[in-house]
Write a new protein. Structure first.
Ligand code: FES
Length: 113
């Protein structure tokens, strides 16, 4: 279900554990959802260096680390902080609707930034 801004409800806030990435799919787009430091971020789930799922990596300081070769990507911008990855991965806007654990987490993959 998507509204006219392209936001799609993916899960409830209560399903996201702090600093534990969760892979979801919006249409054909794999996304790693991360709840950290009071915010929820949506970043494309595939590393820009090789075909590896970022949701299997660790989260620290608003970055997600690719477990294979160790590049970290900023959850706000998608930019890598170090080699071997040199290209950013897409990040997507997130909206939270409602309160508490039942609040809806919505992502728009049509507004890639
Ligand atoms: S596959 Fe992610 S840094 Fe190499």
């Amino acid at each position: 279900m998507s509204d006219d801004t392209g936001y799609v409800r993916v899960l409830s806030l209560g399903e996201l554990e702090e600093d534990t990435p969760k892979r979801v799919e919006v249409g054909e787009t794999p996304i790693s959802l991360v709840r950290t430091e009071g915010e929820v971020y949506a970043i494309h789930d595939i590393c820009s260096h090789a075909h590896v799922s970022l949701s299997e990596g660790e989260v620290e300081d608003c970055q997600i680390e690719c477990w294979l070769h160790g590049s970290s990507f900023d959850l706000r911008t998608g930019k890598p902080s170090g080699l071997p990855a040199t290209q950013p991965v897409p990040v997507y806007p997130v909206k939270i609707e409602g309160d508490g654990p039942d609040a809806a987490v919505l992502v728009s993959v049509t507004q890639e930034s």
